[in-house]
Every structure is written in structure tokens, then in C-alpha cells.
Ligand binder design. Sequence first.
Ligand SMILES: [Cu+2]
Length: 169
Amino acid sequence: MSVGHFVRFMPELLSAYPSEIKLLMSERKEMKILSFVLFSVLCVPAMAENFIIEMLNKDADGNKMVFSEQIIMVDVGDTVTWLPTSKGHNVEMIASPNNLKYKSKPNKKAEITFDTPGIYYYWCTPHKGMGMIGLVVVGNDFSNKNQIAKAKAFGKTKKKLKKLVESLS
Ligand SMILES: [Cu+2]
């Protein structure tokens, strides 16, 4: 339904409601304005955001084999897109509140829409022992922090995962 349809039909819908509302909106013009305001308010919570993370051989600080954002906070319904800015990387989900299975192809864009709150831990498969990991926190929910702290990690990544988990509060 378009905004135009909504604005045209809303006065009829509202006219089915009690006389108190009719009294509030004796003018058709006012009803149209109110309808538009209601429509706008109803649409706001549905607007999901898209976050970009780059897969990098080297970041601006000189760190090698990293995701540009190591911890990202998003809302339920938001999407994260990982761009293959440098070659040879991917995104593989390791631990998450809903045991999400996800492994992207190397050198390709990866994209996940997050519908379940909690902490998601992923790594880049070829560089999983070099600290190329990241966390996505959905809906400000840290309830599976222990699950993430106990998740598998190799080499340099062990220390880094510990540091990232400890920074969450
Ligand atoms: Cu990598």
C-alpha cells in the first residue's frame, strides 16, 4: 500500500471509530494530516540499517589480516555487509545465539541479516590463527557471553577473542 492510498483510505477507516475521534477531526484535511503522521510513525521501526565491514590485509594502524570493525553493535533486523577490499579473505560464523551456519566464498561480498539478539563470533577461515576475527552484537544482548568466551580459537586469536569478549559490558 502506498502512502497515497493510506492517506486516502485512512479517513474512512478512522470514521469507523468512536465519536471521540470524529470530534477530534472534524475537518477532512486534519484527518489526512493525522493519517500521514500515523503512517510515518508506524514505518519508523521497520527501517533496518546496513553496516559495512572491510576485509583487509592491513588496516590504517598497520595491523595485518583484520576486519575493519572488530566489534560492531547492531539492532535486530539490521544487515552487516563484509566487503572483499583485500583478496584472500572470507567470513565464517563460529559461535552465535542461534548456531547460525554461515561461510562465505573467498574474495566475495558476505552479507548477513541478524534476526536473533546476542553475540556472534566469526573468523576469516584462512587467517583464523592470525587474529582475523570479529564480533557482531545484536540488540545490545550479551547473554551468551560465556558461550563466546568458550568458543574455539587458534594461535594469536585466543588472546584477541578474550580481549574482545572482556571489552563487552
Ligand atoms: Cu583473512
